[in-house]
Design a protein around this ligand. Structure first.
Ligand SMILES: Nc1nc2c(ncn2[C@@H]2O[C@H](COP(=O)(O)OP(=O)(O)OP(=O)(O)O)[C@@H](O)[C@H]2O)c(=O)[nH]1
Length: 297
């Protein structure tokens, strides 16, 4: 059972035990003496405090701050629960046990909640600082292409460094799939730069949608794209490339106007990032012809 499920079970058991204690200590009030306005008001407080506990468990991982927020919420819940129950129960005169049990947890619970919220605030500050420095790093190194929103070659090089390391330790295969639009210069001449931009964006979206979550798609520059397929052998990569080519042909908005050259490259154990990318460029430059748009121009 997960830690959060245990906390939920604990909440249920504590509320059940308090309910049993209250019933044992008190007597049911006559129907006429029940103040229904209080029942509704205190019932709402109880429901809201229960919702706090559930929301904390739903939105946070296990940890010190979560424990503070959970314990504070639970203590406040206990007070609200007993407060609500005593609308229906009458406790004997001179018995302080129930009034203490009802009154004490609320202030301690609120103090713990406040402590937990302070911790949460500090966590958020740390996360924002992290995100800011990441964003700065991305902007500084131009790791994202402004047109397609794909990663650029410098980012690919960073990731390739790590993946090649894993590949060379024999941990897993590594394959690259790359695409070059044929005759894209002519396409631009004929349809205009804006249509060219739209085609690049459309193609980026299409490739992204067709790749798997673990693949990394980058714009290599101009009309070239490359996908790094970690843990993927040549056969699987070839099937993926072929499926993408087939699907592209079924898309009249892109397939009829843009033709792609697809290349596959497997990393070797002696490859460095530079040699791998150089081999890829050579493969993409191979057989450069006038392209399918030569007829149109
Ligand atoms: N619209 C648009 N065009 C671009 C962009 N980046 C590069 N290009 C164009 O893409 C073309 C790339 O030219 P080449 O590398 O010769 O490729 P190609 O014309 O497709 O020729 P082949 O690959 O031999 O078929 C050039 O005409 C660039 O102007 C861009 O961001 N937007």
């Amino acid at each position: 059972m997960s830690r959060h499920k245990l906390k939920l079970l604990l909440t249920f058991l504590i509320l059940l035990a308090l309910g049993a204690l209250a019933r044992h200590m008190g007597e049911l009030k006559p129907w006429a003496l029940i103040d229904w306005l209080d029942v509704v008001g205190e019932g709402c407080v109880l429901l809201v405090s229960l919702a706090w506990v559930l929301m904390v468990l739903k939105s946070r991982p296990h940890g010190r701050v979560t424990l503070l927020l959970f314990s504070g919420g639970l203590m406040f819940c206990c007070s609200s629960w007993l407060d609500w129950l005593d609308e229906f129960l009458h406790y004997p005169e001179g018995s302080h046990l129930m009034s203490w049990t009802e009154s004490l947890p609320a202030p301690f619970g609120l103090a713990m909640l406040t402590w937990g919220l302070w911790g949460w605030h500090r966590e958020q500050l740390a996360i924002s600082a992290q995100l800011k420095s990441r964003e700065h790093f991305f902007r500084e190194h131009q790791l994202v292409d402004p047109l397609t929103r794909l990663y650029t070659q410098p980012y690919l090089q960073l990731v390739l460094e790590r993946e090649l390391g894993l590949h060379q330790q024999g941990a897993k295969p590594l394959t690259l799939l790359a695409w070059d639009i044929r005759g894209f210069g002519r396409f631009n001449l004929r349809h205009g730069e804006l249509a060219g931009d739209k085609a690049l964006k459309g193609l980026a979206e299409f490739l992204l949608a067709g790749l798997r979550p673990q693949d990394l798609l980058c714009r290599l520059g101009g009309d070239r794209f490359v996908a790094l397929l970690p843990g993927t052998g040549a056969g699987e990569a070839r099937a993926l490339g072929q499926a993408l080519s087939r699907q592209l042909q079924e898309r009249p908005w892109l397939g009829n106007r843009v033709s792609l050259k697809t290349e596959l490259l497997q990393a070797g154990t002696a490859d460095s990032v530079d040699t791998l990318l150089a081999r890829l460029q050579v493969q993409l430059d191979k057989d450069k012809g006038p392209g399918p748009f030569a007829r149109e121009a």
